[in-house]
Design a protein around this ligand. Structure first.
Ligand SMILES: Cc1cc2nc3c(=O)[nH]c(=O)nc-3n(C[C@H](O)[C@H](O)[C@H](O)COP(=O)(O)OP(=O)(O)OC[C@H]3O[C@@H](n4cnc5c(N)ncnc54)[C@H](O)[C@@H]3O)c2cc1C
Length: 597
C-alpha cells in the first residue's frame, strides 16, 4: 500500500527560514495567520489529508465515477462523506474573503495546504480547485448581486464551480468556439452548445454546480473578440438563494481517460440553458483569464504534489528492497543483498527528485507570496513588482513544475522496477495522474509560447529586468559566504547562459517567428532550471545562516546544503545545452516537408 506523510516541516522551513513570512505580518490577511495559526492550519490540514483523503486515493482511481442514464454522476465510494467532512472542517474557505464567509488567510497558507490535498488525492482536490477558480472569476468580474447570490455557498463548499471553455474542435484556439448565447427578454441568455473535457462537470458532492461558460452572443464577431462569459447554474437560484428549477444543462458522458479517474471529466450539453452574463459582453476571455492565471499556479502545484507522494514511496521502497551489492563492497554483509539505496543510479533518481521537489516547493510558495503582495502590499511599487514577477513566472511554474512532477513520478516508478508497473503498489497511478497537469490549463507548449511571446516583452521587459536584478543580488550575497560561494558561482554561470539566450531571442525571434516558436520550450526549461537554482541558493543561504547561528536541526540544514550542491552540480549545467538548443534556431526543426514524416 502506498504511503503519504505531508511534508509540513519542509513547508515551515520555506515559510519561516527562506521567505520569512513574519516580515509581512502587517499585510491584510496575514494577521489571520499570526502566531501559531499557520502551524495549526498545516498540522490539522496534514492530518485531514493523510487520514481522510489519502485512503480514498487508490480506491477512487480504481472505481472511478459513474454516469447514470438520467445524466447524474456518482463519485467513488467514500467521496461524498469525505467531501462533507472537508466542507464541515472549513477547508474550502481558507483564503476566501471574509465578507463571503471565508477565513481570509493569506494565499501562501492555502497554497501550502493545497499541496497536501493534491498529494493525498488529486481527483478529489479538483472538485474544490475548479470551485476556487470560479470564485476568483466571479469576485473579479461578477456584479454585486451575482457575488451575493453565488459566492457564500461556493465559499462554504455547499455549491461547486466549473470552467467550460473546451469544445471538440476548439481547445487551444478558443476563438473557434461555437456555443451560442441568445439574449432573452428578461436580460438572461439562452446557452446552446457542447463542451468537452469539463472537470467536475457533474457530481454528487454538492447541492448545486455553478458552471462558468464561454459562449458567443448572436451577432458577435466569430473570433476571440466575440467571446462572453456566463454563469449557468445547474439549478436556477431564487432571490433568497433557494434552489429552483433544473436548468437545461446536463452531463452527456464521462470521458474514459488515462488518470485522475476519481474526477468526473464530462461532456456537458447546454440546450438553451439559462445563463447570466458576467462582466462585459465580448470580454469573456479576459474574465476567464483571471481564473486561468490562478488556475495555472494551482496546476503547477499539482506537479509538485504528485511528484512528492511518488517520491516518498520510492524512498521507502529503496530502503526496504534488497538487490545486489554496493559497487564499493557489501554495505550489509549480514544480509544476502544490500538495499537499493546503495546503488548510485537509484541515488541519482532520488537525489534528482529531492532537489527538484524541494526547489519546486520553494518556488510555488514564493509564487503564492507574490500573489499576496500583488494584492495587499502597502506600496504601489511593491504591488507592481510582485505582479510583474508572478506574471513572468506563471508559465514557468505551470510548465516546468508539471514537467518535473511527471519526471519525478516516472523515476519513482523506475525505482520500483517491475513492481512499479503493476497496479497494486500505486506507482503507475501517480505517473498517469501527473501526466494531465502538462496538458490542461494550456499545454506546456502553450505556456512556453506565452512566456516567450508575451511575458518576456511585456512593459518593455520590465519584469525580466527586475528578475535578473534579484538574481544578481542573491548571487552576490551567496558568493560572499564560503558555504554558498560555489552554488552561487554555478548559478551565475547558468544565469549567463539565460541572459545570452534571452538576447538571442530578442534579436532573432521577431525577425523570424519560427525561431521564437522553436526556442520557446527549451527557453521555458532554461528559465525553470535557473529559477529553481535561485530557490536553491536562497535555501542554501538560509541553512548556512542557521548552522552558523546554531539554530534549528543541524542535520536538516546540512541536508539542504548537500542538496543545493547536487542541484548546482547536476542540474544547473543543463543551462549550457539548453542555450545551444535555443540558438540552433528553427531551420532544422522546420526543414522537412510534411510528406517526409
Ligand atoms: C482530464 C482533462 C480535464 C480538462 N478539464 C477542463 C476543464 O475543466 N475545462 C475546460 O474548458 N477544458 C478542460 N480540459 C481541456 C484542456 O484544457 C485542453 O485539452 C487543452 O487546453 C488542449 O486543447 P486540445 O486538447 O484541444 O488540444 P489542441 O489545442 O488541439 O492542441 C494539440 C497540440 O497542438 C499544440 N498547439 C495547439 N495550438 C498551438 C499553437 N498555436 N502553437 C503551438 N502549438 C499549438 C498543443 O500544445 C498540443 O500539443 C481538460 C482536458 C482534460 C484531458
Amino acid at each position: 500500500m502506498p504511503i503519504y506523510s505531508a511534508p509540513v516541516r519542509d513547508t515551515r522551513y520555506v515559510l519561516d527560514a527562506v521567505l520569512q513570512v513574519e516580515r509581512y505580518a502587517n499585510l491584510p490577511g496575514f494577521e489571520n495567520a499570526a502566531g501559531d495559526m499557520i502551524e495549526a492550519v498545516l498540522a490539522e490540514g496534514a492530518r485531514f489529508c493523510e487520514e481522510v483523503l489519502f485512503p480514498l486515493n487508490q480506491s477512487g482511481d480504481q472505481q472511478g465515477c459513474t454516469r447514470h442514464p438520467d445524466g447524474s454522476v456518482t463519485t467513488p465510494a467514500g467521496f461524498k462523506a469525505a467531501y462533507a467532512a472537508f466542507a464541515e472542517g472549513g477547508w474550502p474557505t481558507l483564503a476566501a474573503p471574509a465578507e463571503f464567509g471565508g477565513q481570509a488567510m493569506p494565499h501562501i497558507v492555502s497554497t501550502a495546504f493545497e499541496e497536501y490535498l493534491v498529494s493525498a488525492n488529486m481527483g478529489f482536490a479538483m472538485y474544490n480547485g475548479l470551485t476556487m477558480g470560479a470564485i476568483a472569476a466571479i469576485l473579479a468580474k461578477g456584479s454585486d448581486a451575482q457575488k451575493a447570490t453565488y459566492l457564500p455557498r461556493m465559499v462554504a463548499g455547499t455549491w461547486s464551480g466549473t470552467m467550460n471553455l473546451t469544445e471538440p474542435h476548439a481547445g487551444t484556439d478558443l476563438g473557434m468556439i461555437r456555443t451560442r448565447a441568445e439574449p432573452q427578454a428578461d436580460g438572461s441568455h439562452a446557452i446552446t452548445g457542447t463542451k468537452i473535457f469539463i472537470s467536475s462537470g457533474e457530481q454528487d458532492l454538492t447541492e448545486n454546480i455553478i458552471h462558468l461558460v464561454l459562449a458567443k452572443v448572436s451577432g458577435a464577431p466569430d473570433n476571440v473578440k466575440g467571446i462572453s462569459l456566463f454563469i449557468v447554474p445547474k439549478y436556477l437560484v431564487g432571490p433568497d438563494g433557494s434552489l429552483g428549477a433544473r436548468n437545461a444543462v446536463s452531463c452527456g458522458a464521462i470521458e474514459d481517460k488515462m488518470g485522475i479517474h476519481a474526477n468526473a471529466t464530462c461532456v456537458m450539453n447546454y440546450d438553451g440553458a439559462t445563463g447570466f452574463l458576467i462582466g462585459e459582453e465580448n470580454k469573456g476571455l479576459a474574465a476567464m483569464f483571471i481564473m486561468m492565471n490562478a488556475a495555472r499556479l494551482g496546476v503547477g502545484l499539482q506537479g509538485l504534489a504528485v511528484g512528492e507522494v511518488a517520491y516518498q514511496n520510492a524512498v521507502r521502497y529503496a530502503r526496504e528492497r534488497r538487490q545486489g551489492r554496493a559497487p564499493t563492497g557489501p554495505a550489509d554483509p549480514g544480509e544476502k543483498a544490500d538495499t537499493l539505496f546503495v546503488h548510485p543510479d537509484i541515488r541519482r533518481m532520488l537525489m534528482e527528485a529531492k532537489a527538484l521537489l524541494e526547489g519546486a516547493r520553494a518556488l510555488c510558495l514564493w509564487g503564492a507570496l507574490q500573489v499576496d503582495l500583488a494584492h495587499h502590499a502597502p506600496d504601489e511599487g511593491e504591488r507592481q513588482a510582485a505582479d510583474d514577477l508572478i506574471s513572468l513566472l506563471t508559465p514557468v511554474i505551470k510548465g516546468h513544475v508539471t514537467d518535473i512532477g511527471y519526471q519525478v513520478a516516472t523515476n519513482a516508478q523506475q525505482v520500483y522496477g517491475g513492481h512499479g508497473y503493476v497496479r497494486e503498489n500505486g506507482m503507475e497511478q501517480y505517473v498517469r495522474d501527473a501526466r494531465i497537469s502538462m496538458i490542461y490549463e494550456g499545454t506546456n507548449g502553450v505556456q512556453a509560447m506565452d512566456l516567450v511571446g508575451r511575458k518576456l516583452a511585456a512593459n518593455g521587459g520590465r519584469a525580466v529586468q527586475t528578475w535578473f536584478r534579484l538574481l544578481g543580488e542573491e548571487i552576490a550575497g551567496g558568493r560572499a559566504e564560503p558555504a554558498t560561494a560555489d552554488v552561487a558561482a554555478r548559478l551565475e554561470s547558468a544565469v549567463g547562459q539565460l541572459r545570452a539566450a534571452t538576447q538571442w531571442l530578442m534579436q532573432n525571434g521577431v525577425a523570424n517567428p519560427n525561431h521564437a516558436g522553436a526556442a520557446a520550450y527549451p527557453y521555458m526549461t532554461l528559465m525553470g532550471v535557473v529559477t529553481l537554482g535561485w530557490m536553491w541558493l536562497r535555501m542554501a543561504r538560509a541553512s548556512a545562516a542557521a548552522i552558523a547561528a546554531g539554530q534549528g536541526d543541524r542535520a536538516f540544514h546540512e541536508a539542504k546544503l548537500v542538496t543545493a550542491r547536487f542541484y548546482a552540480e547536476r542540474i544547473l549545467p543543463d543551462a549550457g545545452a539548453l542555450r545551444r538548443k535555443i540558438e540552433g534556431g528553427a531551420e532544422a526543426v522546420m526543414a522537412l516537408p510534411i510528406e517526409a514524416f
